[in-house]
Ligand binder design. Structure first.
Ligand SMILES: Nc1nc2c(c(=O)[nH]1)N[C@H]1C(S)=C(S)[C@@H](COP(=O)(O)OP(=O)(O)OC[C@H]3O[C@@H](n4cnc5c(=O)[nH]c(N)nc54)[C@H](O)[C@@H]3O)O[C@H]1N2
Ligand SMILES: Nc1nc2c(c(=O)[nH]1)N[C@H]1C(S)=C(S)[C@@H](COP(=O)(O)OP(=O)(O)OC[C@H]3O[C@@H](n4cnc5c(=O)[nH]c(N)nc54)[C@H](O)[C@@H]3O)O[C@H]1N2
Ligand code: SF4
Ligand SMILES: [Mo]
Length: 720
């Protein structure tokens, strides 16, 4: 590098927003362009870690596939560039007319995974909807793991929170592969430099139990791997709970003081004896007992679950039984202990060693017209959104905004989703590329991307096991006519004259506030002032946020519910299911030979990344991974095409043999492929497993979650 080049090169601290792990970065900028990123080795939490996706950020910002100007569909159906301000005027006029004619409920938003990466998008969008009086607010949480909110809301919560990971003796990870996904619920393996973190903790003695139908990267490192039959977590977990209670391995002192319903739960799991569980879940009884004893022995550490069992049938029951393991074994922080995840941005209220009453997050608030579904934790369930677009009458969704999401490949029942989107009066997408969904929109607004935005760690605030914070300025300005996701809602609200009320006050509508002002109003009073985090370069620890668990109120009387209403009944239903087909699968009238399960691939993020050449090199199709014996039985070999058919749809996939799966299981990533326009090009684009998913019959009655893993399918060899 010569002196001149060196002079124009600047390095800034920031963080990656390709996924929810937010790795701290050093970003090299030359002539206003990001040319390189690397992990910030001085960061106290990440220590310099990045993954293959984060390292492609320069091409995500500068790549040819980036939408660099807002687009409008013309009368011929083609997209034409339009100034963003003009697009906003036109959109606002159309929204006004739609609200006048059909009421506010007809205007809906869906925030997908990339909306979560903009720290102001979600809450401003939600407040916009409240401001126009529309309950039609949807996010990807309701096609992800809504059971994570539902289960504790039925059980009650422990104010001082669950044990953390860093001092755990045991960790049970169920349908969760954090070393690849960089996702874990609190108490599980923190997703920050996860691989090294797992290794370091195992070195100090942590024991790991993994529950997964695939011998994943996590399973390979585990002390015990329970290779459960897809969808049979309720049975397996009921069996583990039964062993713990039969053998009196639970924390009796904790349960006596703080838990009710232990006997009821014990009674409800009685029919799940080892013979039955072994046969149904296909896990050797010795391993079930060993896992139960190892977990119960603890004494510290939690059971946590990822998408695996949440995508399967009965997610609320599985998530409840996961939580029940923690409740029975008392895996909560006690008086005088350090709170592992104090968070910086929440209010500084004390955390006491006591139970808080259950407060169900469902069954109240507005109802939908679809399948008896309604609001869950103040959101509407995505699985019902296409029906709400298609069903005529009052409340029909006519105007739809998708923000950093791709419903065509992410929502259950692709055919219905496409029909619903194509029938809208107005469809606006904010997306950086011409995704399978964006290509169906009336307007595509070009977003300001990560590294071009100021942001702070709102979503992840309570995920850190240290008092960690990071506020990044925008590192570059793209010099394009682009918009932030929250600005879209502010621009609409200012044109409609509707309020955006946030925690700390109302957004001014006459003059656009700065992002900092928006974040301040959004967060209200925070434990560490946002100014302080903003003024610090890079990620840092804020020891003043450290806190210890306070004693319980002397008259604390609430208790955690080990077996809230509905759980015993659901367990009884599970036990009543007939084990019908050869593979021992329950509850399916039709004899399907295989089960298709979900998984994540390291080099892409749902439907993002496939378009970047550096990542595409690692594969552009979502291989259908299957056991060698299954491949042989088809008379096939690696690279051959198969047709995979469920009760309601069919896709094609490229075979890849693996010994990580038992026979009869196919493991395939979702969010590949596109609409019918890429049919026949599975080798180039993959295919959408959601074409196999039926949202109308196999769904959870509380959250609407459809069965998106453990999908019963048949397979046959086909030719190109
Ligand atoms: N069968 C099955 N279905 C599933 C799942 C499964 O395991 N199996 N998983 C479910 C889960 S957990 C989730 S979260 C959903 C995901 O559902 P979605 O969030 O709807 O899907 P993504 O593919 O993540 O969509 C992200 C979109 O954001 C765009 N994007 C990328 N960067 C930016 C940016 O900086 N700004 C903006 N505005 N847009 C950007 C991408 O181009 C892409 O179109 O899918 C669910 N669907
Ligand atoms: N690289 C990468 N990272 C990602 C994503 C990505 O697409 N790529 N997506 C992001 C998103 S949106 C999310 S929500 C998180 C999800 O994060 P994780 O939940 O950790 O996602 P996965 O890695 O798919 O792990 C799910 C596991 O569940 C297993 N599984 C499938 N069916 C069953 C079942 O019936 N029972 C049990 N016990 N296990 C089952 C699968 O084999 C798989 O190993 O990851 C995020 N991170
Ligand atoms: S894990 Fe990878 S994609 Fe996720 S934040 Fe870190 S570098 Fe970015
Ligand atoms: Mo997700």
């Amino acid at each position: 590098m010569n002196d001149l080049e060196e002079a124009s090169l600047q390095t800034h601290k920031s963080y990656c927003r390709f996924c929810h792990a937010y790795c701290a970065l050093e970003v090299d900028v030359e002539d206003g362009k990001v040319v390189r990123v690397r992990g910030d080795a001085s960061d106290p939490v990440y220590g310099g870690y990045t993954c293959e996706k984060g390292r492609e950020l320069p091409s995500a910002l500068n790549g040819a596939e980036r939408i660099t100007a807002s687009l409008k569909r013309n009368a011929q159906g083609d997209f034409e560039e339009i100034p963003t301000a003009q697009a906003l005027d036109e959109i606002a006029d159309r929204v006004k007319a739609i609200i006048q004619k059909h009421g506010p409920q007809s205007v809906a938003s869906y925030s997908g995974t990339h909306a979560f990466q903009n720290s102001a998008a979600l809450l401003v969008s939600k407040a916009f909807h409240a401001g126009i009086g529309s309950p039609s607010y949807y996010t990807s949480v309701t096609i992800d793991q809504p059971a994570k909110f539902i289960a504790p809301s039925r059980v009650g919560t422990w104010e001082a929170g669950p044990h953390g990971f860093e001092d755990a003796d045991v960790s049970m990870m169920i349908g969760n592969n954090t070393v690849v996904s960089h996702y874990a619920p609190f108490g599980g393996l923190p997703p920050f430099s996860a691989d090294k973190r797992l290794r370091d903790n195992q070195k100090r003695g942590l024991k790991v139990i993994c529950v997964d139908p695939r011998r994943t990267e996590t399973a390979k490192r585990s002390d015990i791997h329970l290779q459960v039959r897809p969808g049979e977590d309720p049975t397996l977990l009921a069996g583990i709970v039964k062993v713990i209670l039969d053998e009196n391995l639970h924390d009796q002192e904790f349960c006596d003081r703080w838990v009710e319903g232990v006997e009821t739960l014990h009674e409800a799991v009685k029919p799940f004896d080892l013979d039955y569980v072994e046969q149904r879940a296909d896990v050797p009884r010795e391993l079930i007992v060993e896992a139960a004893r190892l977990f119960a022995q603890g004494p510290r550490g939690t059971a946590t679950a990822g998408t695996g069992h949440n995508m399967s049938m009965r997610p609320n029951l599985s998530e409840h039984l996961t939580l029940a393991l923690n409740v029975l074994c008392g895996r909560f922080n006690r008086e005088g202990e350090r709170i592992p995840n104090p968070g910086l941005l929440g209010p500084g209220t004390p955390r006491r060693a006591q139970a808080l009453a259950p407060d169900p997050v469902f069954g109240k608030g507005p109802q939908l017209r679809t399948r008896g579904l309604g609001e869950v934790f103040e959101e509407m369930p995505c699985a019902a959104l296409p029906d709400e677009m298609l069903t005529p009458g009052e409340g029909q969704v006519r105007a739809f905004f998708t923000i950093g999401g791709n419903p065509v490949v992410a929502f259950p029942d692709q055919e219905k989703t496409i029909r619903a989107l194509d029938g809208l009066d107005l469809f606006v997408s904010i997306d950086r590329k011409m995704s399978a969904s964006a290509r169906r929109a009336d307007y595509i607004l070009a977003p300001r991307l990560s590294l071009e935005r100021e942001d702070t760690l709102v979503l992840a605030d309570s995920w850190y096991e240290q008092p960690y914070g990071h506020y990044t300025p925008a590192v570059v300005d793209p010099d394009l006519d682009v918009i932030e996701e929250w600005e879209f809602y502010w621009e609409l609200a200012s044109r409609l004259g509707t309020p955006i009320d946030l925690e700390g006050g109302t957004l001014p509508l006459d003059e656009k506030p700065s992002k900092f002002e928006v974040l301040k109003l959004m967060l209200g009073e925070s434990r560490v002032p946002l100014e302080k985090i903003r003024d610090q370069q890079g990620g840092a620890l804020y020891p003043e946020a450290e806190s210890l668990v306070q004693p319980a109120d002397p008259d604390a009387h609430e208790r955690l519910h080990a077996c809230p209403d509905g759980i015993a009944e659901e367990l009884a239903e599970v036990r009543d299911e007939e084990l019908r087909d050869d593979a021992g699968y329950a509850n399916d009238a039709n004899p399907f030979s295989h089960r298709l399960i979900c998984r994540r691939l390291g080099h892409v993020y749902n439907s993002s990344g496939q378009e970047l050449s550096g990542l595409a090199r690692k594969g552009v199709t979502n291989f259908a991974y299957m056991n060698e014996l299954d491949v042989e039985a088809l008379g096939a070999s690696n690279g051959d095409l198969i047709e995979i058919e469920s009760e309601t749809g069919r896709i094609r996939g490229v075979i890849e043999a693996t010994d990580e799966l038992k026979p009869s299981v196919i493991s395939m990533a979702h969010a590949f492929g596109g609409g019918p326009e890429v049919d026949g090009e599975e080798r180039l684009f993959g295919s959408s497993t959601n074409r196999l998913v039926d949202s109308a019959t196999n769904y959870d009655p509380i959250s609407g979650m459809a069965r998106q893993s453990g999908i019963p399918v048949n397979v046959r060899l086909v030719s190109d």
